[in-house]
Design a protein around this ligand. Structure first.
Ligand SMILES: [Zn+2]
Length: 154
């Protein structure tokens, strides 16, 4: 699970933030996560359990949202308490809902997706004397799709 997040980037406003899993952040600095606005790196302690880890990622991204919205030097808006509260609600909302429709993706209907891939394979079988590379590529795309969607739902 640690590897799945390490190196992943999240675009907030016009900046991309990269996740870096680090060892001993809690132990050394009493922090589960930390966002840097100079290098746009979000450090997450690698010893956290999965749900806490995800919550901390969303928490740090919430800090980044306030930064990108221009509240960096505002002491009244974007306090740790506000980020805590918003981050917890945002984490649950992102986890418990499918936002693929915003990106125009047809998620949540795996049977239809699988059917589309199988039709693709059928076309390759009929269209080429050597369909194996195309079939392999299609299956890899399907597995990648499944991994992405199952990670999103985890
Ligand atoms: Zn914070």
């Amino acid at each position: 699970m640690t590897q799945a997040l390490h190196g992943r980037t999240f675009r907030v406003g016009s900046n991309d933030y990269t996740i870096e899993m680090v060892n001993g952040l809690v132990r050394r600095h009493d922090l589960a996560g930390q966002v840097g606005y100079d290098d746009n790196v979000i450090k997450i302690d690698d010893a956290l359990c999965k749900s806490r880890m995800h919550e901390v990622v969303v928490h740090e991204l919430t800090h980044a949202m306030f930064e990108e919205a221009g509240y960096a030097d505002d002491d009244k808006i974007g306090s740790e308490d506000e980020v805590n509260r918003l981050g917890k609600v945002l984490h649950g909302m992102l986890r418990d809902n499918d936002f693929g429709f915003i990106r125009g993706e047809d998620r949540g209907r795996p049977a239809e997706i699988l059917d589309a891939f199988l039709q693709d394979i059928d076309t390759h079988l009929r269209a080429t004397p050597d369909p194996l590379p195309y079939i392999e590529a299609t299956m890899r795309k399907y597995w990648a799709y499944k991994e992405v969607t199952s990670n999103d739902n985890a």
